[in-house]
Design a protein around this ligand. Structure first.
Ligand code: 6PG
Length: 478
């Protein structure tokens, strides 16, 4: 134990896991005047943290026993370890050292059903467990993340002062609130990431259409994005795109983005969002298309080979189309983003109903307004829409967004048409538009689907002209 470490008495908060995010959160908490004790199983990480940051309120140890014994009771411990088995291992190590009433928070991107299970397990030992979604990357964790805690109300009350001190703040308040019981916080963080996937893909599609459709350079796209970021489309991901597009490679002087291999990775939260949406029967085509776009991008070798066999269209845009393409892209980006957020909100509502979480969608929009990756100007009218009409079946029919979608969708259709004409894939623009068109259609062709099901499998159907007759079967062969 170092002299500095042993000098610390009565730590008010513990952070376990001194990776990039854990260290940034621990420093943020210490900056706000809380005495923090930190643990990592690698002693060198603790030494590095002391050397790099040397914060008077932050002292580390590689001994789990010492870490726990330094903490004032009830102990408040935040785990920032890799989601999955590592969380369970940490709990097993902590259990014999903790006392009833202590609070454990899991701040990783954990699967919400694991969080439900862990909360039950902790409860059986007299301990509190909170599943805490944290967004904003390293910068957010260090200077103000958006925080989505889920778990027992009494446990949230014990950690609330710390979480409120470190969270991002906007004109709309602190970017933290008690999301709901058990897995609610991690569920909302997962959907946040699903929306993030779709929004990132929309920006990538916009960039592609502008580069290939108009022949713009990376810098040219950045200039356009910078103009857009002054208006309704303002968002952190748009700002990030501008920064990325302007970056030059030190070695070659080329835009660095041009040197990045076009294969997107993923850690799994987007996939979980789609999986759980399928389980709950909630359509999230924008998020699913974004996930597929990443999966397709990773098939680089096949794509290169296919490009020699499968020729695309040879049509070009007219000069009128070219003159309007950027304006169409701007409107399409905003409208498709609305549709994407609408799907995410629907999914949260469906899970909240299923698990009785009583989540406020207006509050989710408010805590996403700052600190997190999907923070965007759009979230302000979105919050207002759910505040005014909390029972909205879908954001698309809100008084705030229905007229906007009507106004912007002609441009959106033109954009999808132009991209299709050029053979440029715009999966999230197209699937989001199809969602809008399906949702606003009183008639869909699933009468044929039902008839087919009955014709080949006697699955029965309902008659429009005899609503009281229930499900009937017909002989389709005669
Ligand atoms: C955040 C991010 C964060 C992380 C994603 C990246 O809110 O701070 O969403 O959680 O960047 O996990 O996910 P992929 O690696 O799957 O793109």
């Amino acid at each position: 134990m170092s002299a500095a470490a042993s000098a610390q008495a009565g730590a008010q908060f513990g952070v376990a896991g001194m990776g990039v995010m854990g260290a940034a959160l621990a420093l943020n908490i210490a900056d706000h005047g809380f005495r923090v004790t930190a643990w990592d199983r690698h002693p060198e990480r603790i030494d590095e943290m002391h050397q790099k940051h040397g914060h008077p309120e932050l002292k580390g140890t590689a001994s789990m026993e010492e870490f726990v014994s330094r903490l004032e009771r009830p102990r408040r411990i935040l785990l920032m370890v890799t989601a999955g088995a590592a969380v369970d291992q940490m709990l097993e190590r902590l259990f014999p050292l903790l006392s009833p009433g202590d609070v454990i928070m899991d701040a990783g991107n954990s699967w919400f059903l694991d969080t439900r299970r862990r909360e039950e397990l902790c409860k059986s030992k007299g301990l509190h467990f909170l599943g805490v979604g944290v967004s904003g990357g390293e910068e957010g964790a260090r200077h103000g993340p958006s925080i989505m805690p889920g778990g027992p109300t009494e446990a949230y009350a014990l950690v609330r002062p710390v979480l409120e001190a470190i969270a991002a703040r906007t004109d709309e308040g602190l970017c933290v609130t008690h999301v709901g019981p058990d897995g609610a916080g991690h569920f909302v963080k997962m959907v946040h990431n699903g929306i993030e996937y779709a929004d990132m893909q929309l920006l990538a599609e916009t960039y592609d259409v502008l580069r290939r459709g108009l022949g713009l350079s990376a810098e040219g796209v950045a200039d356009l994005f910078a103009q857009w970021n002054q208006g309704i489309a303002e968002s952190f991901l748009l700002e990030t795109s501008i920064k990325v597009l302007r970056k030059k490679d030190a070695e070659t002087g080329k835009p660095l983005v041009d040197l990045v291999l076009d294969k997107a990775g993923q850690k799994g939260t987007g996939k979980w969002t789609v999986q759980v949406a399928l389980d709950l029967g909630v359509p999230v085509p924008s998020i699913a298309s974004a996930l597929d776009a990443r999966n397709l991008s990773s098939m680089k070798d096949q794509r290169v080979a296919a490009s020699h066999k499968l020729k695309g269209p040879s049509e070009a845009l007219s000069s009128e189309e070219k003159a309007q393409l950027a304006a169409w892209a701007h409107d399409a980006l905003y409208a498709a983003r609305v549709v994407t957020y609408a799907q995410g909100m629907r999914l949260i509502q469906a899970a909240s109903d299923e698990y009785k979480w009583n989540i406020s969608l207006a509050e989710m929009a408010r805590i996403w307004r700052g600190g997190c990756i999907i923070r965007a100007k759009l979230l302000t009218p979105l919050r207002e829409a759910f505040t005014r009409q909390p029972e909205l079946p879908n954001l698309l029919v809100s008084d705030a967004f229905a007229p906007v979608l009507e106004k912007l969708s002609p441009s959106w259709r033109k954009l999808v048409g132009a991209a299709t004409k050029l053979g440029i894939p715009v999966p999230v623009f197209s699937s989001s538009l199809a969602y809008l068109d399906s949702y606003r259609s009183p008639e869909l062709p699933q009468n044929l689907t039902q008839a087919q099901r009955d014709a080949f499998g006697a699955h029965t159907y309902q008659r429009r002209d005899k609503p009281d007759a229930g499900f009937v079967h017909s002989d389709w062969n005669s």
